[in-house]
Design a protein around this ligand. Structure first.
Ligand SMILES: [Zn+2]
Length: 53
């Protein structure tokens, strides 16, 4: 049994299932939705790691 609850990095709501992940210099952040993820990315643009293609 695992009760590790993830919290959205932006709005602090609990994140269900896998959530939306974003890799930053500070580690991997998890978000409840695509909207939170893109807002966080805009706010912390310099900390977001470039996508490896
Ligand atoms: Zn959120």
């Amino acid at each position: 049994m695992s009760d590790t609850k993830k919290i959205c990095e932006l709005c602090k709501l609990p994140v269900e299932t896998q959530g939306f992940k974003l890799k930053t210099k500070d580690g991997e952040k998890v978000f409840c939705c695509e909207g939170c993820k893109s807002i966080y990315r805009m706010l912390h643009e310099d900390q977001i790691l470039p996508k490896s293609k």
